[in-house]
Design a protein around this ligand. Structure first.
Ligand code: GLN
Length: 477
């Protein structure tokens, strides 16, 4: 697959602001590319009307001499769990088919204030439950490098869209790996920021103590610009924190003396040897440039997956209780009473995976089982936080694979949820601990499928993570 990249987003915006490029042409180009690559099923809906009228407005403002911001006229694609005016927000679920959002996500407003234009909504696993987009209630997105394989998930549509260059960037959400794993499967850059750095207001909640929002881009510098715009406090999300005063702009970074720890447990026998080889090659390049590489032991990290699959469903079961067939979304017609309406609306509206998580979540929270499961998982979570804190005393960054394999075949794991969950084994810890983590492309396997390297930094060190990413991007070129 040949990716014909867009220019860097700051360059696009300055050309639009100077009148050298027209916002309407960028929007039309993006809409045409979406049309042209329909067979990949990356997109659920387009916002043609809104996008075109915004582009024309921006062009007119510029003609009148008004600068339109850091992303003037730059098209982007949002995962379909972001509330955006001009299209339905479905989270790829039947229960939200036809749902028109009454307000927009904070970060969509922030991007729009800088002139960016949302052109489409991307496919995903319904409610972001999954690692392949096969759990979408609508259709399965195909991997741009091999149509018989998955793009990863749950932000599979967003990652495939960027790999196909349908727009210069896309937005994803990451609760247990959903930005990083699809980014690695599709050969693009994906950043999950520090928990709380980006407001989740107006984004459909999955697991509220884990959910993060971040950019998926074809180059690291674009991700830095986007993070600079979308980060920071928001009174509509009480978990939000201050942004780094130095901002997130990517500049040159000296690798000399930088301490990088490879997570020993993540390089086990279960990982595809080609992935390990690519990672070791990248690390030896980093070493050549002065980085100090060591091996880090995180004794409890093997428990992270089990811990995640208790805490996450517990929060999912609570967050999905609002879909009751009364207030929004699908409502079972002619139910004889309110209780039957709840049961039938939820029974028909939710798919298998959502039901599985509601049942697991309700079970682990129920009296009698709470101590055995939920409380124990929270104890493990604290242990993980302590181990990561300890590791970051020795290393500036931790690295490892993103997933044990490259993109797998469509249908390979979909009937075996446990097998599917194993795809998250190396990504969930960053969410449980709340640290920033990224996936950066470092090569291909013998089937020409992209390989990603996972990079992790201490909480709030998102800028450093971007700088390390940039230097790896330079080395890999
Ligand atoms: N694959 C993981 C899950 O199914 C992560 C999903 C996500 O990050 N949204 O829960």
């Amino acid at each position: 697959m040949k990716i014909q990249q867009w220019e860097p987003i700051d360059r696009l915006a300055s050309k639009v602001n100077s009148g050298q490029l027209k916002a309407i042409d960028l929007v039309n180009k993006s809409l045409a590319l979406i049309q042209q690559h329909k067979e990949y099923d990356a997109i659920i809906s387009t916002l043609e009307q809104n996008a075109i009228s915004r582009a024309l407005f921006i062009d007119q403002q510029i003609k009148e001499g008004n600068n339109q911001g850091l992303l003037a006229g730059v098209p982007f694609i949002a995962k379909d769990n972001f509330l955006v005016f001009g299209a339905d927000t479905t989270a790829a679920s039947n229960i939200l088919r036809g749902f028109r959002p009454p307000y927009q996500a904070t970060i969509i407003n922030k991007l729009e204030q800088q002139g960016a234009i949302c052109v489409a909504k991307a496919n995903m696993d319904a409610f972001a439950h999954g690692a392949s987009t096969e759990n979408s209630d609508f259709f399965i997105t195909k991997n741009p490098y091999d149509k018989t394989r998955v793009p990863g998930g749950s932000s599979g549509g967003s990652a495939a869209a960027v790999a196909l260059s349908l727009a210069p960037f896309a937005l994803g959400t990451d609760t247990g790996g959903s930005i990083r794993q699809p980014a690695s499967f599709c050969g693009v850059y994906g950043l999950k920021p520090t928990y709380g750095l980006v407001s989740r207001s107006g984004v459909i909640a999955m697991g509220s103590s884990l959910d993060c929002i971040g950019p998926i881009t074809s180059r690291v510098s674009d991700a830095g610009i986007i993070l600079g715009i979308i980060s920071g406090p928001d009174e509509l999300d009480s978990t939000t924190i201050q942004k780094d005063p130095q901002g997130y702009k990517v500049k040159d970074f000296k690798l000399r003396g930088v301490k990088i720890g490879i997570v020993q447990q993540y390089m086990s026998d279960g990982v595809d040897p080609q992935i390990k080889k690519a990672i070791n090659q990248t690390l030896s390049q980093l070493k050549k440039h002065g980085a100090i590489i060591s091996t880090i032991d995180l004794p409890s990290v093997d428990l992270a997956l089990a811990c995640y699959y208790i805490i996450c469903p517990a929060e999912v079961s609570s967050n999905l209780s609002r879909y009751d067939g009364q207030r929004f979304g699908y409502s079972y017609p002619n139910a004889e009473d309110l209780y039957t309406s709840y049961l039938k609306s939820r029974g028909k509206g939710f798919s298998k995976e959502a039901k599985r998580r509601i049942m697991i979540g309700t079970h682990v929270l129920s009296s009698g089982y709470y101590d055995a499961y939920y409380k124990k998982a929270q104890t493990v979570r604290t242990k993980l936080i302590n181990e990561f804190n300890q590791a970051f005393l020795e290393s500036d960054f931790l690295v490892g694979p993103v997933a044990p394999t490259t993109a797998f075949k469509i249908g390979q794991h979909v009937n075996n949820p446990l097998e599917m969950y194993l795809s998250d084994i190396m990504t969930v810890a960053a969410n449980l601990v709340g640290i920033p983590a990224a996936s950066i492309p470092i090569g291909f396997d013998d089937k020409n499928l992209p390989i990603g390297l996972q990079l992790m930094a201490p909480q709030t060190k998102d800028h450093s993570l971007l700088l390390l990413s940039k230097s790896i991007e330079e080395l890999i070129k």
